[in-house]
Design a protein around this ligand. Structure first.
Ligand code: NAI
Ligand code: MG
Length: 335
């Protein structure tokens, strides 16, 4: 029995969270879900979209599955999702890019994992106008954050039997900030070259990396990069494997892991039984691996691949007309 915090979120969050909990139960994994509420729906009740119980529960359980959350205007938050990552110091945003369904992938050889630095870079939100005609945004890169994100990419590579880590940057132009990131990436790589010489290391300039990902994905494995590049490159990756409805993610700190899909709350289809639960389900599969439930994780992954490859029960985002309930049932039937 595992204790896991569940934040269903809002928009399509409750529908897809229920679907995922149902599939995990059908796969035979016993989870004691500690359900806590966050998002637009709880503003009236708690006066904040992010009540303290959310953090208490995650700190206690160390593992959470999180649905998408809409940040209400006037709540005092720029983003509730970013606030959760910040408060829990979840410094690595990790997005595995794997082909689960041939028909939806641009290239069958894609099997990469993007490690995005989650706490600094251009997203520190330090911006101002300079007079009327210009604006400045400050990008912050520290040695500490660079070292720990690269270290976490190497640790993941070791754990998952990956062969190569590529640091992605623009150090040819941004010689100070990205230069520092690259310098620390090379330092950490030199350390791991001693203990794990089987893991290769190289670096790529981010624009070239985008082209390489599309043309020669088979040459890449674990990619690690500062915040902004990670945001863009991981969405490129999501597109390469079949879109938002299939792309899972996780946010890792030193002790806490929060698993969530890449997509948002999809207000345009919320409450209509139309949402694709697979991205959150694949995030839950990553969670099951984290909980050492490998057999169930493999089985769920296989069941989803079978349903997608068969192509009879597909949600609207994948060009079909199946409901959330129907694809959930189809996946369970394939377990
Ligand atoms: P979105 O990802 O919610 O939706 C973009 C498009 O993709 C929409 O047409 C939507 O219907 C579709 N879509 C997304 N997920 C889907 C799924 N599982 N199945 C079928 N179709 C799906 O992005 P958008 O519209 O930019 O953001 C909506 C809200 O979500 C915003 O308030 C945003 O702040 C929030 N958001 C939350 C995130 C999180 O909780 N981590 C991440 C991204 C956005
Ligand atoms: Mg993004």
């Amino acid at each position: 029995m595992h204790n896991v915090t569940m934040i269903a979120g809002d928009g399509i969050g409750p529908e897809i969270s229920n679907a995922v909990a149902e599939i995990i139960a059908a796969a035979g994994v016993e989870i004691n879900w500690d359900r806590v509420e966050a998002g637009a729906g709880v503003m009236d009740k708690y006066g904040t979209p992010l009540p303290e119980q959310v953090f208490e529960s995650i700190r206690k359980n160390k593992v959470a599955l999180k649905g998408p959350i809409t940040t209400p205007v006037g709540s005092g938050f720029r983003s509730v999702n970013v606030a959760i990552r910040k408060e829990l110091d979840l410094y690595a945003n990790v997005r595995p890019l794997k082909v689960h369904a041939k028909a939806f992938a641009q290239n069958q050889a894609i099997d990469m994992v993007v490690f995005r630095e989650n706490t600094e870079g251009l997203y520190v939100g330090i911006e101002h106008y300079v007079g009327d005609e210009a604006a400045e945004s400050i990008k912050i890169i520290t040695r500490k954050a660079s070292r720990r994100i690269v270290r976490s990419a190497f640790e993941y590579a070791i754990r998952e039997g990956r062969k190569k880590v590529t640091a992605v940057h623009k150090a040819n132009i941004l010689k100070f900030s990205d230069g520092l990131f690259l310098e620390e990436a090379r330092n950490i790589a030199a350390e791991y070259a001693q203990t794990h010489p089987e893991i290769e290391f190289d670096d790529k300039i981010v624009d070239n990396m985008c082209m390489q990902m599309v043309q020669y994905p088979e040459q890449y494995d674990v990619l690690v990069m500062p915040n902004l590049y990670g945001d863009i490159v991981s969405d490129l990756g999501a597109g390469l494997i079949g879109g938002l409805g299939l792309a899972p993610g996780m946010n890792l700190g030193d002790e806490i892991a929060v698993f969530e899909a890449v997509h948002g709350s999809a207000p345009d289809i919320a409450g209509q039984n139309k949402a694709n639960p697979v991205a959150l389900l694949f995030s839950a599969v990553l969670m099951l691996r984290h909980l050492k439930e490998k057999e169930a994780a493999d089985r769920i992954e296989k069941a989803v691949s079978d349903v997608l490859n068969e192509g009879k029960v597909l949600t609207v985002d994948l060009g079909g007309n199946a409901s959330t309930d129907q694809i959930t049932e189809a996946i369970i039937a394939n377990l």
